[in-house]
Design a protein around this ligand. Structure first.
Ligand SMILES: Cc1cc2nc3c(=O)[nH]c(=O)nc-3n(C[C@H](O)[C@H](O)[C@H](O)COP(=O)(O)OP(=O)(O)OC[C@H]3O[C@@H](n4cnc5c(N)ncnc54)[C@H](O)[C@@H]3O)c2cc1C
Ligand code: SF4
Length: 325
């Protein structure tokens, strides 16, 4: 690890000023310190934001609001989260380990970096780490990589579990920077790799995530997160699905679906949702709709299995909601 300085800030304004001058914010440090140890990230100056008043979890009318510094474990265990948005709690519990969840913040989770092995190997070609160097994964070890939203320049999946749930639930986020505050859908935080995979998110220079807001609604109650992985815990998703159903009078009024482990960003499945809406909540209907999930997918040499695993995971996730006959 290279030498660095660290300072604490106690106000949002001080954090924004520091971030605007090129200093790196640090919350739980479970992504950043890891990468600094491997010298993949080499910031010279860190700004510790843990003293900022951004840890609150609260209910605002029917919305659930989660501060950016709330810890994954605290969010997952919070009674209002479990009552109003069990999908969020479930997606958090499925991630990382108890020790990591105690340290890791929601804001940091959304900005965590990819788990592609070549990203962490300093001698491997990786456009995300070293723009213009190539992508070792395209013709290399790509069993865990993406089949949706890839480019010739990068095929890494977005690793966050809770981001998939937030995208399914139409969550928004509030950020603040030198130009003031703004809010936008969490889904718009993540960029596709295109030919600039080193640019991963849409935050402007100096912007700080303040909170995420999850609107309440009938979808929240029948919502489940299913994560398929190589081992039962402490592993990233091969495929995951956040599925929500609103069923009334024998008809699916609304379906929500986002998937992880397959896209270069958390992937909302609008075509599957549309194919379910207005139909009977029947297993065969869901199976047919789930096939639409892989339309346009671009499998790599090592991950054709995701073409089959993804639809199966979607069907199982909808079954888990209890809304499918
Ligand atoms: C072994 C291991 C296994 C893991 N498994 C999973 C898993 O299965 N599922 C999963 O979802 N995650 C997993 N993770 C990732 C983990 O959830 C993230 O590392 C964690 O959530 C990051 O939060 P943090 O507070 O530690 O972020 P930090 O490391 O402190 O920061 C990460 C990035 O976010 C920026 N940042 C932090 N807070 C803010 C803010 N408020 N505003 C603007 N920028 C900010 C930092 O500058 C930095 O660039 C795993 C991590 C490890 C090490
Ligand atoms: S997939 Fe992306 S992160 Fe992995 S080597 Fe290629 S450019 Fe780097």
């Amino acid at each position: 690890m290279l030498p660095f300085t660290i300072e604490k800030v106690t106000s949002v304004e001080a954090a924004i000023a520091a971030a605007s001058s090129g200093r790196r914010l640090i919350a739980g440090g479970t992504t950043l310190i890891d990468l600094m140890r491997d010298e993949v990230e080499q910031p010279e100056h860190l700004v510790d934001i843990n003293a900022l008043p951004l840890s609150e979890i609260r209910v605002d009318r029917s919305d659930l609001v989660i501060g950016a510094l709330a810890r994954m474990a605290d969010v997952a265990a919070h009674p209002d989260v479990q009552r109003l948005q069990p999908l969020i709690a479930e997606s958090l519990i499925e991630g990382a380990s108890p020790q990591l969840r105690n340290m890791a913040s929601i804001g940091g989770n959304l900005l965590q970096r990819v788990r592609c092995p070549y990203f962490r190997m300093l001698d491997a070609a990786c456009n995300k780490r070293t723009p213009g160097s190539g992508c070792a994964a395209v013709d290399g070890l790509n069993v865990g990589h993406a089949i949706l939203g890839t480019s010739d320049h990068c095929v890494a999946t977005h690793p966050s579990d809770v981001a998939v749930a937030l995208v399914a639930l139409d969550a928004t986020m509030r950020v603040k920077g030198p130009e003031g505050e703004r809010s936008f859908p969490v889904a718009e935080l993540f960029r596709l790799p295109g030919d600039t995979p080193h640019l991963e998110h849409t935050l402007l220079p100096g912007e700080l995530i303040l909170e995420v807001r999850i609107p309440g609604g009938p979808n929240s109650r029948r919502a489940r997160y299913l994560k398929v992985r190589d081992r039962a815990s402490y592993e990233f998703a091969l495929v995951s699905a956040a599925a929500a159903l609103d069923v009334a009078d024998g008809v699916i009024r609304e379906a929500r679906l986002a998937v992880g482990g397959v896209g270069t960003r958390p992937w909302r499945m609008r075509a599957v949702e549309a194919a379910l809406t207005g139909k009977a909540p029947d297993r065969h209907v869901v199976q047919a709709a789930a096939r639409l999930a892989v339309e346009g997918a671009r499998p790599l040499s090592g991950n054709h299995y995701k073409l089959e695993l993804l639809p199966r995971t979607i069907v199982r996730a909808f079954e888990m909601t209890g809304g499918i006959a």
